[in-house]
Design a protein around this ligand. Structure first.
Ligand SMILES: C[S@@+](CC[C@H](N)C(=O)[O-])C[C@H]1O[C@@H](n2cnc3c(N)ncnc32)[C@H](O)[C@@H]1O
Length: 271
């Protein structure tokens, strides 16, 4: 599908939805727009189907390649044991799953990864696929009903949770599917606290990123949504509290800022 057509239809859809919203209807945000809660999931799905073909190149362009370092850091911080079993939710093109398996292969052959993604293509010819060490599922992070309680050692969600309608439900589901002793790790865009850096970051977000979206992916609208969704996601401390409210224990403040808080890794332990 031509991405420009898809974006403009997503925009028209959200405008129609705003008009139809009545005062007693439950609403939520879709970027800076207010939409009926029931519509958000399909609007987000529209954005990711628009950006899918340019996803990897746009990630590199928007972050100047730094997203690779953030993801490398996440896996080093996790340091999974050779037999750790990972559920990578909102896995996209499989960046986290790939790094996890590579890390495990530095030791003994490891356990299986379940990547919540359409990343089969990337792994189709890999030895991990042949060895049955990776599987894929498509669904909603807010409801993992077909995953048993207490079945994973680590749960990761990278740049995914802010797109979910109810991030608190996502975290509660993570708590349920983790084994006792298991770990929740979330890599997500967050808040830059230094005011000077924050204004530079705002310029990059609101001017450079949509323009890159237009030039590289012929799709300004989806990248405007991505930038707006970052601003609507709770800041570091509030999200850390949401993680504790779901039952997790955090160590210290519960998060680590990277690149001045552009992104943060939140970690929760299920004890
Ligand atoms: C920005 S991408 C991140 C991909 C990958 N984790 C990475 O870091 O490169 C966000 C992913 O979240 C997925 N997603 C959006 N809403 C979701 C939901 N409610 N449940 C599960 N996945 C969702 C999208 O399909 C997309 O693959």
């Amino acid at each position: 599908m031509n991405s420009r057509i898809a974006v403009s239809s997503a925009r028209r859809a959200s405008q129609r939805l705003i008009q139809r919203t009545t005062p007693d209807e439950t609403t939520t945000h879709f970027g800076f727009k207010t939409v009926p809660e029931a519509q958000k999931e399909s609007l987000v799905r529209g954005v990711f189907s628009n950006v899918a073909s340019n996803y990897d190149i746009m990630n590199d362009a928007m972050s100047m390649g730094i997203h690779r370092l953030w993801k490398d850091h996440l896996i080093r911080k996790m340091s999974p044991s050779p037999d750790a079993k990972l559920l990578d939710v909102a896995g996209g093109t499989g960046d986290i799953a790939q790094r996890f398996l590579e890390f495990q292969d530095q030791g003994e052959p490891g356990q299986r990864v379940d990547a919540w993604a359409r990343a089969e293509k990337r792994f189709a010819a890999s030895k991990w696929m042949r060895e049955g060490r990776i599987g894929f599922t498509v669904g909603n992070a807010e409801n993992l009903e077909f995953i048993d309680d207490a079945s994973f050692d680590v749960y990761t969600i990278a740049f995914g949770i802010r797109n979910c309608t109810h991030p608190d439900r996502v975290v509660r589901e993570a708590f349920r599917v983790l084994k006792p002793g298991g770990r929740f790790m979330c890599l997500e865009f967050s808040r830059v606290e230094n005011p000077v850096l924050a204004s530079l970051y705002d310029f990059h977000s609101f001017h450079v990123i949509p323009r890159l979206g237009e030039l590289i992916a012929n799709d300004r609208g989806s990248y405007e949504y991505l930038v707006e969704s970052i601003r609507k996601f709770p800041p570091q401390k509030e999200f850390a509290q949401m993680i504790r409210d779901a039952g997790f224990t955090t160590i210290g403040k519960g998060y680590e800022n990277l690149t001045f808080g552009t992104v943060a890794i939140h970690t929760g332990y299920k004890f």
